[in-house]
Write a new protein. Sequence first.
Length: 553
Amino acid sequence: MDILSTILVLLAGVVATHWVARALGGRIALPLVQVAAGAAIGMATDFGVRLQPELFFVLFLPPLLFLDGWRVPKRVLQDNAATILSLAFGLVIFTVLGVGLLLHFLLPGAPLGVCFALAAVLSPTDVVAATAVATGSRIPPRVLGLLEGEALFNDASGLVCLRLAVTATMTGTFSLWPALTGLVWSALGGIGLGIGLSLLISAVKLRIARRIGEDASSQVIISLLTPYGAYLLADAAGGSAILAAVAAGMTMSWIEVGGSVRAVTRIRRNAVWETLQFALNGSIFLLLGEQLPDIVRRVHVGAVESGHGGSPMALGWLALYTLALVLALAAFRFGWVWVSAVIWLRRHPPADGGGRLPDWRLVCAMSVAGVRGAVTLAGALSLPLALPDGTPFPARELVICLAAGVILLSLAIANIGLPGLLRDIRLPPEPLQEAQEINARLAATRAALAALERTREKGGVDLDSFMLVAGQYEHRLAQLQPPEDTATAKGGDPKGAPRTRHSEESLHILALRAERGAIVALTRGHRLSTDLAHKLLREIDLAETAFETAAQG
């Protein structure tokens, strides 16, 4: 099938499966519906898309990782950096070693390097799938932040471990020191290149915008090209392309807080990125399902490679191995999360003097939420077909079959278990977060009132417009703080002021830009988290765009 037809079928499938999932009332998670639809398409039609791992990584991962890096709550990353890094790197290495040794015990005929390779492709988690399968329940923000932070980095660590395991299998040797130095360079090089490219692109954009003005469409296209540039640049330099895309997104997010881009540009860009994310995530699960018929045809080969021959009983052994892998992954994850939570609670005891043991339901939810997705399947399919001497790569079909089985089973378990584990679960409130938002809104409101007052004092202000706009901000100020502390604009006696120059819309825009300046100042002064800043700036952008449209009309 040609490329255009493939794209059209995938996009139509994304929309259709979304409708089906909504019609089912959320009883079956959207990723499972899309996987099933992809499998049905693969079996019933000649729609054959061979998932090429290299092309998959280049096309799908850069924009999705860039967007995740852009939107991930930076406050959660800062406050839980040690926990997130331990999950993204420590848990991955722990999983590769533990599951790899377990596989070698279960499959003594498979080389140890191949067992570690399978464990490596099973180590990355898919937070998009986990969020989607939590039907009927809302993942607590802090838990979701941890899962998102982990998923940002564990793709990179898992794929690095996969590369090391494949190299050991291909060469028959493994050297620890070159592996460690290569890992460090891969991580630091990828992060550095991603940050550097984002800073360079932002500087060039700003310089051009100051000279010839800002064009929203061009800005959107540049934002779409940035993750691919970071990914390909890091890949060519031998750094981690995945971490480069993540770092580029996080850097752009930090730069954008400065308000260097027009509100209308940010709104258009967000709309494009949300649509792209919807299309790419759906296409990934459709493609994953479309590979299943071909994988099923490999099952007999995988059964032979497992050492049980091609009998029906061997297929049962494959199912047992898949179940054992899912349980082992959950157990390793549960143990790691439990120990991490205990250490964190001992260092940060609850203010109410509560217990120092984590909620077992929360730890179980974190464990079940570690579902596997398309990166796992692409990693398995990326295994070489043959060794350097021309002999087939050992147990390759077995690795692919087991990886696909773990993906499907982990999705199904999460779809059934997560809603129950998350139901009525409660976390302590976050007073610091709430206080930051209130203080930021207060500062923005006061800045708007001050800007309005300065404009009134200069003269040329329409009386009715000024009183209306200032009154709205004074009302907001009264709602945000106690009445005795409320500061009002100095209305004075505006009699005789000309009523021609400033319309109501222009005063609103003036006040909103003053609000934006206050939010930016708080963020630059580290008194407001970037995720809260983005939330407030988005509200300001929407309002400013509406008033600009009204003023032009």
